[in-house]
Design a protein around this ligand. Structure first.
Ligand SMILES: Cc1c2[nH]c(c1CCC(=O)O)Cc1[nH]c(c(CCC(=O)O)c1C)Cc1[nH]c(c(CCC(=O)O)c1C)Cc1[nH]c(c(C)c1CCC(=O)O)C2
Length: 341
């Protein structure tokens, strides 16, 4: 079994810990930029299984990370529901009308989701075939709340449109979340069937919600996904990443959803959360400390390793790697985490 899966199964602390990075296939790598140019567009790259598998493997070849994450995007699920998604310096979606009719018009037949999501599964099979057995392959999906924030009209604006919709018309917003729970669960199950050995659920906009909305829109839908996926794939290893929730939100989420792993954002004191009995921890270096390098990187890594010395732990960033990250800093990070290995 790979070091990553062994630790995620909660067996024990390992020194050095397994390491991978969110968004590890991306624009900071020249070989990624080359394939991306060949594909023509980001969505073209996501929809081409050979090229998607190739960029999935690039960071493993270059850095020998312990896990590969399949190259795709969380917004593919929205496309499977029949809602338009384009990318132009970030995602651009026409806002879904906050009414029952608009939700009812979305595609709810799994047979119609399948052709849109199949390239992800084909890429997973190709990537798994290209990985050695000591490396794990991670699938992923966006969480219903974060996907709904993009559908309602933008994520990075305190999620105003989605929050207003959730307050003003709870019935249709909950129907949207329920549909997203079904499609995300099915997508994750298909990914396991195609060769994923663990999955991560990205809830990038889980932070800043009042407790009632956090419970209703983040915790409950994620709990339902974990249940559905485990019903189809017994013991499926699942990592949750509810970003920006603070310590108590994170602990509530972990306990209620039953995820195996918790990806922790940079604002959380890992020492405090390591002291609480909970899921396997993953995280949480500030991506900007990796951009900066030097002392910021060294002290950041040291404090994370010290805080997690006695608990099962997976080293990662606290959010995705930034396109401006110097490649030498990633090598330096690996040296700091792995010593001379
Ligand atoms: C919110 C979100 C999205 N996508 C994702 C999230 C959740 C994580 C997070 O909070 O960052 C998740 C994601 N996006 C991508 C992956 C691939 C796997 C990985 O390496 O982690 C994953 C796991 C590729 C990508 N997704 C995107 C890129 C850049 C596209 C390019 O090559 O031009 C990549 C490599 C585009 C994307 N996709 C999305 C945005 C906001 C953007 C634009 C921002 C940006 O350009 O970095 C939506």
């Amino acid at each position: 079994m790979s070091l990553f899966l062994d630790v995620l199964a909660g067996k024990k602390a390992r020194t050095p810990p397994p390491i991978w990075m969110m968004r590890q296939a991306g624009r900071y790598l020249p070989e990624y930029r080359e394939v991306r140019a060949k594909a023509g567009s980001f969505l073209g790259l996501c929809g081409n299984p050979e090229l998607a598998a190739e960029v999935t493997l690039q960071p493993i070849r270059r850095f020998d990370f312990d896990a590969a994450i399949i190259f795709s995007d969380i917004l593919t699920v929205i496309m499977a529901l029949g809602h338009a998604v384009t990318f132009d310096e970030g995602p651009k979606l026409p806002p879904l009308e906050p009414h029952r009719e608009a939700v009812a018009a979305l595609q709810r037949d799994p047979a119609r989701w399948r052709p849109v999501l199949a390239p992800v599964c084909e890429a997973l099979a190709l990537a798994r075939a290209g990985l050695s057995h000591d490396k794990a392959l991670i699938g992923f999906a966006g969480a219903p709340w974060t996907l709904a924030t993009y559908m309602a009209g933008g994520g990075n604006d305190e999620q105003k449109a989605a929050r207003l919709w959730a307050y003003r018309d709870p019935e249709s917003f909950d129907a949207l979340l329920a549909l997203l729970v079904d499609c995300v669960s099915q997508h994750l199950i298909w990914q396991f069937e195609a060769g994923a050995e663990a999955v991560q659920i990205f809830d990038s906009w889980a932070g800043g919600l009042p407790p009632v909305l956090f419970e209703r829109c983040v915790v409950k839908p994620t709990q339902a996904i974990v249940e559905k996926v485990r019903a189809a794939v017994p013991n499926a290893p699942i990592i949750g990443f509810p970003r920006g929730t603070g310590l108590t939100g994170l602990l509530d989420y972990a306990e209620a959803t039953g995820v195996d792993g918790l990806s922790v954002d940079p604002a959380i004191d890992l020492g405090l959360i390591a002291a609480a009995e909970g899921p396997v921890l993953q995280g949480n270096l500030d991506p900007l400390a990796l951009v900066a390098g030097g002392d910021a990187l060294r002290t950041g890594v040291e404090s994370i390793l010290k805080a997690t010395k006695h608990v099962p732990f997976i080293f990662n960033l606290g959010h995705g790697i930034l396109p401006t990250t110097p490649i030498e800093h990633v090598h330096e990070l690996l040296k700091l985490v792995r010593g001379t290995r």
